[in-house]
Write a protein that binds this ligand. Structure first.
Ligand SMILES: Cc1cc2nc3c(=O)[nH]c(=O)nc-3n(C[C@H](O)[C@H](O)[C@H](O)COP(=O)(O)OP(=O)(O)OC[C@H]3O[C@@H](n4cnc5c(N)ncnc54)[C@H](O)[C@@H]3O)c2cc1C
Length: 379
């Protein structure tokens, strides 16, 4: 068993880390404060090839594996979870379905530009009454000659305010529950497709999130991605990768919080010595580091299984569960170590604390992950 990253992965990690230190971390606080999508940085990351890591070279990608992808995502999240969440949407859920099920024309026009950072893709499944329970989805798509007509609304679309193309889930056979929805490609500007206002959020504030409505929105039948009623099967292809990737996002944020806490514990003096000399603080730091390291093993293992063609439903759920809970724990402990300064907007710790909450939701809540794990172990 070899737990080391390959030389290629180490080189990529270093290169992404340098980029993050130079171009992401210095503006993370400003992006958070403004709560605006970072257009320039988004394009820069396209130039750096970050969106195409998992896609074939024929579309402008670099055809790398899931573990390498996690290494990249973790580094970006260390600088800014907002930026990393945007990158994750663009490099995975926002583009995958066009890559896998789109026509060659759609791929050339949308996927290739998206991987360069010239167009933005996103994915919309969640609705006001359908979050964890996708069988409660109410948006419908009805065949009408050469078109499908979509009606309904979606919530919580990452990058929805700025996206050029959307993969939207809609019910095509109500009797079939979760097996009765399909995926549709919808481009910005399609009549009847209305993107709402951005949602004012607690965290990941520079990753703009929106709701949208579909009012008699006609899309050509050629925009059906995958087979009719196969939406869930399509989604299942990347669900484990989404969870593993969210684990990597969590590791990045947790590492940033630990680094800040460690630094502060060596600077801040009380009772005549740095607070890091008190065992109570040392034990906090030790536990933070241990939880990050444990989570990393789960994340890397889940990615390794996928890269070796092995099933990883249980491991990906565990990786996401443990890593996201670790991120929240580490951010909270960092805040305690900073005490009143952890409460001040001037320091990044409060941002880690706010951003970390998102990790408990996207890719499945902790409760839902436990439901999956319980099922996997036959409980
Ligand atoms: C910042 C952000 C970005 C997002 N981006 C996207 C996006 O791009 N596209 C998209 O489609 N969605 C997106 N989402 C939505 C996200 O995927 C959903 O919020 C998530 O699936 C949970 O749904 P919900 O919030 O409706 O919670 P609910 O499903 O209503 O859950 C409420 C509570 O009940 C618990 N619960 C629910 N069912 C069970 C059960 N069976 N057993 C035990 N507990 C249960 C949950 O764990 C939770 O604690 C985003 C969300 C956020 C916050």
């Amino acid at each position: 068993m070899d737990f080391r990253l390959t030389e290629e992965q180490e080189i990529l990690k270093k290169s992404v880390a340098d980029f993050v230190d130079a171009e992401v971390a210095p503006i993370a606080a400003e992006l958070d404060e403004k709560g605006e999508f970072p257009h320039d940085l988004f394009r820069r990351m396209g130039e750096m090839g970050y969106y195409g890591l998992r896609y074939p070279e024929s579309y402008g990608g670099s055809g790398l594996d899931s573990l390498t992808y996690c290494v990249m995502i973790e580094e970006i999240a260390r600088g800014s979870l907002s930026v990393a969440a945007t990158c994750a949407m663009q490099s995975l859920m926002g583009t995958y379905f066009v890559f896998r099920f789109g026509t060659e024309e759609q791929k050339q026009r949308l996927l290739v530009s998206a991987l360069r950072g010239e167009k933005l893709g996103t994915f919309g499944m969640t609705e006001a009454n359908a979050g964890s329970d996708i069988s409660a989805m109410e948006t419908t798509a009805v065949r009408d000659g050469e078109d499908y007509v979509l009606n309904g609304s979606k919530m919580w679309l990452t990058s929805g305010t700025v996206a050029d193309f959307f993969t939207i889930a809609a019910v095509t056979d109500k009797q079939k529950g979760a097996d009765g929805f399909s995926l549709f490609l919808i481009e910005k500007g399609t009549p009847g497709f209305n993107v709402g206002k951005k949602i004012d959020k607690l965290g990941v504030r520079a990753s703009e999130t929106t709701e949208l409505s579909l009012d008699d929105c006609h899309v050509p039948a050629g925009n059906l991605l995958g087979e009719e009623n196969a939406g869930y099967d399509c989604l299942k292809e990347i669900l484990c990768e989404i969870r593993t990737m969210t684990g990597a996002l969590s590791l990045g944020l947790a590492r940033a919080a630990l680094a800040e806490a460690l630094r502060y514990s060596q600077e801040r003096k009380q009772f005549g010595k740095p607070i890091g000399r008190f065992q109570a603080i040392q034990f906090k730091l030790a536990e933070m580091a241990t939880r990050i390291e444990s989570a990393r093993h789960l994340v890397n293992h889940a990615a390794w299984l996928a890269d070796n063609g092995l099933p990883n439903t249980k491991q990906a759920a565990m990786a996401k569960l443990v890593a996201s809970e670790a991120a929240v724990f580490v951010a909270d402990e960092a805040s305690r170590i900073f005490a009143s300064y952890g409460f001040a907007m001037e320091y990044p710790v409060q941002r880690y604390l706010r951003d970390a909450r998102f990790l408990l939701i996207g890719g499945g809540t902790s409760e839902i992950l436990n439901v999956i794990i319980a099922k996997e172990i036959g409980a």
